[in-house]
Each structure stands twice: as C-alpha cells, then as structure tokens.
Design a protein. Structure first.
Ligand code: ATP
Ligand code: MG
Length: 407
C-alpha cells in the first residue's frame, strides 16, 4: 500500500524530468528569474492525465526567454506583445510562456488590462476557477495553492475565486460548464448561484460576438460538446445571447455532423444557423454564404424530396456550395441519393459552348440570338442533356434553333 502511494507521488512529479521543463528551469536560473508551472496542464497532471504541452509563467522578459528557449529546443517562437505571452512550437508540441501578471477589468465583458507583476499569488488570483489557480514553483519545488485548488480537484468541484468573477468575465460561464462536463465535476453551490445570477442579469450581453464564438469553438472541440450545449441551453444562455434556445433535435444534428467528421468550421456555422444568428456581416464571407444557403435549402427541401427529373434536382441543388452540400449530405439521409446524383450530373457538359454558339451565329446557322441570352440557352441545353434528351451536336443545334424560334 505504502509503496503504491510513493509510486503515485513519483509519477505526479514526473513532469520535472521532461527535457523541456529541465531546459526551461536551467534558463530561468541563468536569467535569475522565477518560473512556475501553471494552468490547465498542471491541473491535468494532478488529474493524472498525460500532459505534453505545458504552461509556464515567469517574472522576466517573455520575449527574450522564449526566443532563447525556442533556440535550445530547436523550435519556433511566436510572441504576443499585447498579452505578454508567447508560444514555442517544437517537435509538434507546444509550450506556452506568460509573464506573471495582474489583470484589471475596466468594464464587464471587455478584455482586461495586463500589468506585469512579481508575485505568483496575485497572478493566480485573476484566474477563473480554483482548479486552474494553483502553481508549481519549479525552482523551490513546491505547490502554491492559495485557493485550495488541489482540494477542489480532489472533491471534483468547480469554484470561482471571488463573487464578481462571472461579472468581470462572463465567458467564465461557458468555461464553468465546459470544465464541469469535461471532468464530470460539480459546480460548487455558491458558484452555481452566482453563475445563474450573472445569466439572469444579462451580463452575457457585455461580451463581443468574437469572444462568444471563440467559446463555442472550444465547446465544439470537447468530447462531451453535446452535454455542454444542452446544459448551456437549459440555463437559457443561448436565449439571452441569440434569442433562441437549442433543442434536443438540434443537438442530435450537431452530434451527427461531428460523428461524420465534418470540419469543425462547418459544425460551428451550422450551430450559428440553428441559433438563428443572422448578423451575417460579422461573419467571414464564406461563413455568411453557408448560412444563406442553408436558409435557401430549408425553403426548397420539400420540392427536392419530390423532384424526380434529374434536371430538376440539378436546378434545385446548383445554388449550393460544396460546404453546404456536405452539411446537408450528413444530415438528410433521405436526400443522399439525390445529392450523389447531383454530384454526377453537374459534371455533364454540352457539346456546344459559348464560343461555338458565337460561331454558329456568325455562320448564320442560328439567328435571333443575343449575347445576353447565351447563358439561358446554354443552361437550357445542359438541363436537356442532363435528362438524356440530347445525344449529339446536331441535336443540340436543332434544340437551339427550336428555342430561338419559340421566343
Ligand atoms: P484547457 O485544458 O481547455 O486548455 P486551461 O485551463 O488550460 O484548459 P486555457 O484557456 O488554456 O484553459 O487557459 C489557461 C489558464 O488561463 C487557465 O487554466 C486559467 O487559469 C487561465 N484563464 C483562461 N481563461 C480565463 C478567464 N476567462 N478568466 C480567468 N482565467 C482564465
Ligand atoms: Mg490550456
């Protein structure tokens, strides 16, 4: 029994033997600065999860420290001066480095002002939950845990550090639910009361859509994203932000998209579509387009279900981009066959194209055709071709003549 405990302890502190940590500590000693392991990776080590990407905090120059360490690790360093943070990418691992800092919230929901400091406890105090607010002092070899994060970790509790936490930064509402579901933890009673109060008092309205979208992305990446979304919806968070809740059937659709390995960007857009988000100017062009196409699809869906002629299927589906088709293909099983048919028939080409049409006009084979009607007649030909009604160039020419005469 005893040896078991010792073994556990040993594996807990194994991270110190990782070359990257050893290198960072060496360098911190050279620089004569403090260095701490912090944040999610430390929490995950205590949860006995396998950790490869670490978060470090130092009271020195992140840019200098980071670029030198990156050099030693033969990695790449990206520095973010506005946040005093940096990221080293090496052997396809990440190492995040941050300046010890205090953060001041000048108004609820806005990004905080960053102030460099020397005291780790002050740095820990600005964090979201106790389980994310302890540190390991790598020089002095000890845990710094002013908010009893380790205890909450053992008791499986999500607890904020102070009463204003959700008001200062309402994205923590999303984070609380996300961590609770991810680890199967409980949100501590008082924290939960304050969380619900912050929702009720509409503090979510103070965060920008960009920050909300970022949270939604992080949620979609989670294994239990479905439970997280359902919880958020039940807490009326989506109702507050988007004026619309998510229903079980909505979440089922998202599950289906994810299980079919649909790219996350598309699942995200579909989520916005489900939430009735239509402030399309905020989105990227391609994203806005997909939402518009999904709205269009909703209108033509019944007609498509009824459509028999291939040309009809083509006409109904041709306004959709590949991304939208991917979503529909994943969700609408009864339309899969038609989408497959569409993929084939859309490649069909008529033998006469625009250039040939012009030649035929010059030669006087066809008359009464204006340039502006070219695309109309070519589409007409394509539809006929799709339905198998045109087999040769001659038949196409005949059809064009017939078309011009009928007009
Ligand atoms: P994950 O495993 O999802 O990466 P994490 O805890 O590492 O979880 P990050 O978003 O990577 O979360 O942030 C790193 C650390 O920064 C957190 O552990 C937390 O201490 C702090 N932090 C992140 N976001 C906030 C926030 N909105 N408010 C306060 N502290 C935060
Ligand atoms: Mg992290």
């Amino acid at each position: 029994m005893k040896s078991n405990i010792i073994d556990k302890k040993k594996s807990l502190l194994d991270f110190k033997n990782q070359p990257v940590i050893a290198r960072a500590v060496e360098l911190a000693k050279e620089f004569n600065i403090k260095i701490f392991l912090v944040g999610g990776p430390l929490r995950d080590i205590f949860l006995r999860k396998k950790v490869l990407d670490f978060d470090l905090a130092i009271n020195g120059d992140v840019k200098k420290f980071g670029s030198l360490l990156a050099e030693k690790l033969k990695g790449k360093f990206i520095y973010h001066p506005q946040f005093l943070t940096g990221k080293i990418i090496y052997n396809s691992n990440y190492l995040d480095i941050a300046r010890l800092r205090d953060e001041i919230y000048e108004e609820p929901g806005a990004l905080p002002k960053v102030i460099p400091i020397d005291d780790i406890t002050v740095d820990l105090k600005r964090r979201d939950f106790t389980i994310n607010a302890f540190a390991y002092d790598l020089l002095e070899d000890r845990i710094i845990d002013p908010f009893s994060g380790v205890k909450d970790l053992k008791e499986r509790k999500i607890r904020i550090l102070h009463e204003r936490s959700f008001i200062d930064d309402p994205t923590r509402i999303f984070r609380a639910i996300r961590f609770a579901k991810r680890f199967n933890f409980e949100i501590e009673k008082k924290t939960f009361t304050l969380l619900k109060r912050a929702i009720k008092e509409s503090y979510l309205k103070t965060i920008s859509y960009q920050r909300i979208f970022h949270e939604l992305y992080l949620i979609l990446k989670e294994k239990k994203f479905n439970e997280i979304l359902f919880s958020l919806s039940q807490l009326r968070i989506f109702k507050k932000i988007f004026g619309k809740s998510l229903y079980r059937r909505n979440i089922k659709e998202l599950e289906r998209l994810k299980s079919l390995k649909t790219p996350l960007e598309l699942i995200f857009i579909y989520l916005l579509y489900l939430l009735d988000f239509r402030e399309l100017r905020i989105l990227k062009k391609e994203e806005a387009k997909i939402i518009e196409e999904l709205d269009y699809f909703r209108k033509i869906k019944r007609r498509l279900l009824r459509a028999k002629r291939y040309s009809k299927i083509y006409q109904l589906l041709s306004p959709l981009s590949l991304s939208t088709l991917k979503i529909i293909y994943a969700l609408e099983i009864s339309l899969r066959r038609k989408i497959k048919i569409y993929e084939k028939i859309k490649e069909k080409r008529t033998l006469i194209n625009g250039r040939e049409l012009r030649k035929l006009l010059q030669k006087g084979v066809i008359k009464n055709l204006k340039e502006k009607d070219f695309s109309k007649i070519l589409l007409h030909l394509k539809l006929k071709k799709i339905d198998g009604e045109l087999k040769s160039k001659e038949e196409e020419i005949k059809e064009i003549i017939k078309w011009t005469q009928e007009r």
